[in-house]
Design a protein around this ligand. Structure first.
Ligand code: F6P
Length: 748
């Protein structure tokens, strides 16, 4: 209907213009044709006069004029010539045909003939009047008045008018038809194209040659279309935010309750044996767990992970499964057991001494050992087999997490070709040169391309990955749709910025006030009430920029002495990968630096730097966030970093300043933070000073904006977008399978 209205908007003015053109052009046409005929008739008259001049000079010898009368009588037998008259020199009309108007004199004829439109209406109709000299050998013998019939001109101009009207009408119809057909075709094509893009089909279907220059625009367009789609859905569902409920409904409607299987190295809950032999449940310090656990609570399903806790085996059933979260189970955790050699080679060796430094620009050399690689392959196969064993049907939705399992996607694909495999890489992806130093780069890439969808935090990491594939594998890349086709299988590469679960109003209501947090922390750590407090919360990892942060604290105290004995920095450093030498030496360097700063600036026995190198539960970390004046997240390189988002979520009082590294993926989405280069100590010290002196109003403005971003772009949105893409993928796979079956049946 909308399309017809659009066409009418074009056609109606077109018809009006054509009608007006016809209306105004017809009188003009009449005048023009008349003028042409008058000129022709004048010439014809002159010809007649010339032709008759000899016969007339003889005929006028007859005094009674009979001969001339007879001559005129013969001449007017011509169908065009209606009447004739002769005006001798110096006299009145001497001879005329009977058709010549009775009351017309020679002078009248001369006057009419000299007019621009020498017409006269007589009994038989309109005539054209012309007067011509008649020359004899002896000289002029008078003037000949000729009257030509004009009614044929009338007939002709009526004919011309009719043809002109037909021509204009025909042209109008033709233009309208062509316009409608072209518009209809373009409209359908456009609508089809847009719908396909909105459905995401365009992302997966080969649609001509790709152009790398257009990739950023295509990426941008995809993001915008997706936002539009989100808006549209939100408007339809009346839900303003992504939430667990909304994710559940997406699973029900778009994935019709299909089985979800998550694969990760780290388990969401660790069961450890306490000092008294009791079982303690711990939440690991892991961004991955922070993000995926709430999603699993919403989706149910099965989570496969390494059982690394000392009491893990004691709480599982005979299938190595345990229902989680403890006390209010929503999903199943299937634990896999690794031998110490496997853990050493796969986790510590290949994943954390090889891939981790390979993907992070932290200037630590990766170590690649053949034996680690063998263990990595073996453990990946173990996890892939577990996925196949846990799958209830032939096409489960498998969510593979992180760099520990680059080979799992292809391994699962071999056994479950119809599975939808969504792999998310939680750390950065380096450029092709950096990645190229890995001896098993091709095997890793081929393993990952077993995924239906390959997700990274940022478009930049996607670009690096696609370029790496392009450099090392025989694959077809469609930059426009961000797809890689390798050995006939397609992988869609997309960015999905990870986030946290936004705390509910009920949760927030249970939190102690920021003042209470500050007070209890001060009592516990002996921090005077008048001290300003900055905090850092990280795993004890060299990529987190903890060393650089401490240098900045030291520089702050040097450069701005007013903060001496008025400032405390608390660094939570959760132990991680402590078996590795690189981590051990890093921890020693941090401890030494903290000691040195404290020796320099401690006053009254109070340390400036408090290094809390132990695991902290969520409530403890939250108290720290709420008590702090500033939070420092200064990663040298980070896929996203969720600490900064947790800090923002903890500050419902809209106070506190976030200092954030430019090299963390989160910096893209949180520009209201004070963005710093962690390698630039001076800049960091200045940012810290700025944070400590920032007026409350400015803090509120920045924090309110950060909070609205994190609330909106929460973890359910992260998962929702991935699952929506997965649902599209499945739909497309199912449709092409049906089409294939149908074709096979028809051919059979
Ligand atoms: O950042 C990558 C990552 O796998 C995160 O997902 C997680 O926060 C962290 O590393 C955990 O490391 P690990 O499991 O080795 O302690």
């Amino acid at each position: 209907m909308r399309f017809i209205t659009l066409q009418l908007r074009f056609l109606v003015p077109l018809l009006v213009v054509l009608g007006a053109a016809a209306y105004f052009s017809l009188p003009l046409m009449d005048r023009l044709t008349l003028r042409w005929f008058a000129r022709d008739l004048n010439m014809r008259g002159a010809l007649v006069a010339n032709t008759l001049s000899e016969s007339m000079s003889e005929a006028i010898q007859d005094p009674r004029g009979r001969k001339l009368q007879a001559l005129f009588g013969r001449a007017v037998l011509d169908e065009r010539l209606v009447a004739m008259g002769w005006c001798p020199p110096g006299g009145g009309l001497a001879v005329r045909t009977p058709t010549f108007p009775r009351d017309m004199s020679c002078a009248d004829a001369e006057r009419i003939a000299s007019e621009p439109d020498p017409q006269l209406r007589i009994e038989g109709g309109p005539v054209h009047v012309s007067v011509h000299d008649v020359q004899a050998e002896s000289g002029p013998v008078g003037r000949l008045v000729l009257m030509h019939d004009l009614s044929f001109i009338d007939r002709r101009s009526q004919d011309t008018r009719r043809y002109l009207i037909f021509l204009i009408a025909g042209l109008g119809v033709l233009i309208a038809l062509v316009t409608m057909v072209v518009a209809q075709l373009s409209w359908r094509g456009w609508v089809r194209g847009t719908r396909a893009l909105l459905r995401g089909e365009g992302l997966l279907r080969p649609m001509g040659a790709a152009s790398p220059e257009l990739e950023p625009i295509a990426q941008e367009l995809r993001t915008r279309l997706r936002d539009l789609e989100d808006e549209y859905r939100r408007a339809r569902t009346q839900e303003s935010d992504w939430s667990a409920t909304r994710l559940q409904s997406l699973l029900r409607t778009q994935l019709s309750g299909d089985q979800v299987i998550v694969v990760s190295n780290r388990e969401p809950y660790i069961h450890d044996r306490g000092p008294g032999g009791e079982v303690i449940v711990r939440r690991p310090a892991s961004g991955l767990v922070t993000a995926v656990e709430p999603v699993m609570r919403a989706c149910s399903g099965t989570w496969i992970a390494h059982g690394g806790g000392s009491a893990d085996r004691d709480v599982v059933d005979k299938h190595d499964r345990v229902a989680l979260p403890p006390g209010e189970p929503d999903y199943l955790l299937r634990r896999l057991w690794l031998t110490p050699e496997q853990e050493q080679g796969y986790y510590y060796g290949f994943a954390n001494e090889g891939l981790w430094p390979l993907c992070h620009v932290a200037h630590v050399r990766p170590v690649f050992r053949e034996s680690d690689w063998q263990q990595y392959r073996e453990v990946n196969q173990l996890f892939a087999d577990a996925v196949v064993a846990e799958a209830r049907g032939e096409d489960p939705l498998v969510l593979v997490q992180d760099y520990h399992f680059a080979l799992v996607p292809a391994m699962v694909r071999r056994k479950l070709p119809r599975a939808t495999i969504l792999t998310f890489w939680h750390i950065p992806w380096p450029n092709p040169e950096s990645f190229g130093i890995c001896p098993w780069r091709n095997e890793l890439l081929e393993g990952m391309l077993g995924s239906s969808i390959m997700g990274f935090h940022t478009p930049f990491h996607c670009k690096n990955f696609i370029e790496t594939v392009d450099r090392f594998l025989e694959a077809r890349i469609e930059h426009e749709h961000s797809t890689v086709t390798h050995r006939g299988e397609h992988t869609f590469v997309e960015s999905y910025p990870i986030s946290i679960e936004w705390p509910s109003a009920q949760t927030v209501a249970g939190w102690p006030s920021p003042q209470a947090c500050r007070h209890s922390l001060g009592v516990e750590l002996g921090i005077p009430a008048d001290h300003r407090l900055a905090v850092g919360v990280d795993r004890f990892d060299y990529t987190k920029g903890i060393l650089e942060r401490l240098h900045a604290v030291e520089r702050l105290l040097e450069k701005y002495p007013q903060w001496r004995d008025r400032f405390t920095f608390v660094q939570v450093a959760a132990p991680t990968r402590a078996m590795l030498e690189e981590y051990q030496s890093f921890q020693q360097r941090i401890q030494a630096l903290a000691r040195r700063i404290n020796e320099r600036y401690a006053t009254g026995g109070r340390d400036v730097v408090r290094l809390l190198a132990r695991h902290h539960e969520h409530d403890e970390v939250n108290r720290l966030y709420r008590a702090a004046d500033a939070c420092l997240v200064t990663s040298l390189h980070d896929g996203m970093n969720l600490v900064c988002k947790e800090f923002v979520a903890a500050r419902d009082d809209e106070q506190g300043v976030l200092i954030l590294s430019r090299f963390a993926g989160a910096a893209r989405d949180l520009p209201e933070a004070l963005l710093v280069n962690p390698y630039h100590v001076e800049e960091m010290a200045d940012a810290l000073h700025q944070a400590l002196t920032m007026p409350h109003a400015e803090q509120r403005e920045r924090m309110a904006s950060l909070r609205s971003t994190v609330r909106e772009f929460n973890v359910f949105r992260w998962a929702g977008r991935m699952l929506t893409d997965a649902a599209r993928w499945r739909l497309r796979e199912r449709v092409s399978l049906r089409v294939k079956r149908h074709r096979d049946d028809t051919l059979a």
